[in-house]
Design a protein around this ligand. Structure first.
Ligand code: GDP
Length: 369
């Protein structure tokens, strides 16, 4: 091979000629792709029910897939797992970034596994997926102690997409995890946007993590999120922060008096703890178990789960209709024109929407005739 660097003008520079590569280093090696054989639905369900984590992970990946060709198989697996699901307590954990969710989940998780045995799955709803970008390592390092325990399964949020889509996938993953014998499910969510409502609609107990700050923590908190919380916990109650945390707890307790009594009949509790130093964790769990006993006794536990199933049926219909409408080629062609007409004042928003819907339904009827 010619090496221009060896020319006289590049004095002092020499390049040795390389060694010719053999055609193949190991002549016995079979060339070709080694692809793992895809499991059938029956094999997947069998593996999940046996508690095989590798199969469970594969099934979750299938459920999370954005490829619509994977959808029928995913739905079949979920349906077959459904009879084995439901036997767990599902806990939603919310808090703004930095509130200490990861630190707390690590502590809460280890505590509950030591206390009651069983298996714990940690899932997440984070439509922006900013933090982990779907990387498992990101989530595993966030919860170091828990990640090392064989009774735990930590799964990052399905990758970015619409909130409805991400939340539905998390809910379906709950079913798979329960079928695999996980009797405790944590659903973590970032306390910004609407994801708390989505999280609340799939858990039995919704825990809100707060931190004490400048004394006006109640100012920034949305009314809606306090209303859906079954328990509010003030984290970082350690060092010289203890007094501030107690003060914050008192103002939260006072504020809760102004809310109507929740449907469950349970008055939310406010507790202080430190995820970092592991203090007050037992009391948080006492509260959660007390709640579960309370709502199982008064029938609210089953009522809430039934309501959630209904909610998800309607959510699925909404999502499907919306996607179908916006993916319709006839509609896609007309959307921009309608938008312009509204902007030019030639049609009202309502009228334009009505025309588009009429066109859609006519088109759908034609297609199905
Ligand atoms: P996340 O964003 O809500 O998951 O919050 P992290 O768990 O990552 O915690 C954010 C920061 O707060 C980290 O630097 C933690 O070390 C710190 N932190 C978490 N819990 C506590 C606590 O109980 N006490 C103190 N002092 N710091 C804490």
């Amino acid at each position: 091979m010619e090496h221009p660097e060896n020319n006289a003008e590049f004095e002092g520079l020499t390049v040795n000629s390389g060694v010719k590569q053999p055609e193949i280093v190991n002549p016995y090696l079979k060339r070709g792709h080694y692809r793992r054989r895809e499991l059938t639905v029956a094999e997947m369900v069998e593996g999940i029910v046996k508690g095989d984590i590798t199969v469970l992970s594969q099934a979750v990946t299938l459920v999370e897939s954005v490829n619509s060709a994977h959808m029928p198989k995913a739905q079949e697996v979920i349906n077959k797992c459904l009879p084995y699901s439901g036997n767990s307590i599902r806990i939603g954990i919310s808090g703004v970034p930095g509130a200490g969710k990861s630190t707390s989940i690590d502590e809460f998780g280890c505590h509950v596994l030591d206390r009651t045995g069983g298996k714990l799955a940690v899932l997440a709803i984070d439509p922006s997926s900013e933090r982990s970008k779907g990387s498992i390592l990101g989530d595993k390092t966030r919860m170091e102690k828990l990640a090392q325990r064989k009774e735990s399964f930590i799964r990052p949020s399905p990758s970015a997409g619409s909130l409805g889509g991400v939340a539905r996938k998390t809910r379906e993953t709950i079913i798979l995890c329960e079928a695999a014998g996980f009797d405790k499910i944590f659903v973590e969510t970032v306390g910004v946007g609407q994801s708390e409502t989505a999280c609340h609609s799939m858990v039995d107990f919704f825990l809100l993590i707060q931190v004490a700050g400048t004394g006006d923590e109640l100012q920034g908190i949305k009314r809606g999120i306090m209303e859906i919380s079954d328990g509010i916990v003030i984290n970082k109650c350690d060092g010289d922060n203890v007094d501030r945390c107690r003060l914050a707890a008192t103002s939260f307790r006072n504020a809760l008096h102004f809310f109507p009594e929740p449907e469950s009949g349970w008055i939310p509790k406010v507790l202080c703890y430190s995820g970092f130093y592991g203090t007050g964790i037992k009391e948080v769990w006492n509260m959660i178990y007390e709640y579960i006993d309370f709502v199982k006794d008064n029938g609210y536990f089953d009522y809430r789960r039934n309501e959630q199933s209904k909610y998800w049926m309607y959510e699925s219909i909404n999502e499907h209709l919306r996607n179908n409408f916006y993916n319709n080629t006839v509609i896609q062609k007309q959307l921009k024109t309608a938008e312009q007409a509204v902007l030019r004042g030639e049609a009202t928003s309502f009228q334009a929407a009505g025309d588009l819907l009429e066109l859609y339904f006519k088109h759908i009827v034609k297609e199905t005739e």
